[in-house]
Design a protein around this ligand. Structure first.
Ligand SMILES: [Fe+2]
Length: 193
């Protein structure tokens, strides 16, 4: 249990002990490169903190933090059950976990939302997620790109978010890609409050 240490704070946002355990094991299944690469190689679609070594981790933590802060407001959070909130946090922790593919590809894989959905489908049961958990996790990770469902280099059409869960997870990823929301990080890639 090494990789999950990187997300100690984020894992503690998960209220259900069993779900936290499952999430911890799911993180261990993510490839090593996830913990090293930048969120963006060009810097075109991400804020400064998401560039360079560890950038994808900082992007991920930002997306999770947006979720946590928004869900802490009852006017938003009360629209979801505690389990649904936990699952959306888990989805955000892993949403870009296979961004460069199962083994590291030089370029971002456009279909990375589908790759992580497939990993959840494959491992979900043995990690302790219920059938319903797996369905919710898969739907929100596979549609996290929002309206950007196609690209010139791929025939794949990603699903667009439709449900309140899918829209929320996409929104948090979207906020973490806006250059105007500049979070500060310490040397261990933790957000400075
Ligand atoms: Fe993302």
């Amino acid at each position: 249990m090494e990789k999950s240490k990187c997300f100690l704070k984020e894992l503690n946002y998960i209220k259900d002990n069993n779900l936290r355990g499952s999430a911890t094991k799911l993180i261990e299944n993510l490839p090593d490169y996830f913990f090293e690469v930048a969120a963006s190689s060009t810097g075109k679609y991400h804020p400064k903190y998401a560039l360079g070594n560890g950038g994808l981790i900082r992007h991920t933590k930002a997306a999770v933090r947006f979720a946590y802060e928004l869900l802490s407001d009852p006017s938003i959070g009360d629209k979801y059950s505690e389990r649904e909130k936990d699952l959306m946090i888990i989805a955000l922790i892993v949403h870009d976990g296979l961004k460069h593919g199962i083994t590291k590809d030089t370029y971002v894989k456009f279909e990375h939302p589908i790759l992580i959905a497939n990993l959840i489908e494959e491992k979900g049961k043995e990690l302790g997620f219920t059938k319903e958990d797996v369905a919710l996790l898969k739907s929100v990770v596979s549609s996290h790109m929002g309206p950007w469902t196609t690209n010139n280099y791929s025939d794949i059409i990603l699903p667009a978010p439709k449900t309140k869960y899918e829209n929320f997870v996409h929104m948090c990823d979207y906020l973490a890609s806006r250059k105007c929301f500049l979070l500060e990080f310490d040397g261990n890639n933790n957000i400075i409050d």
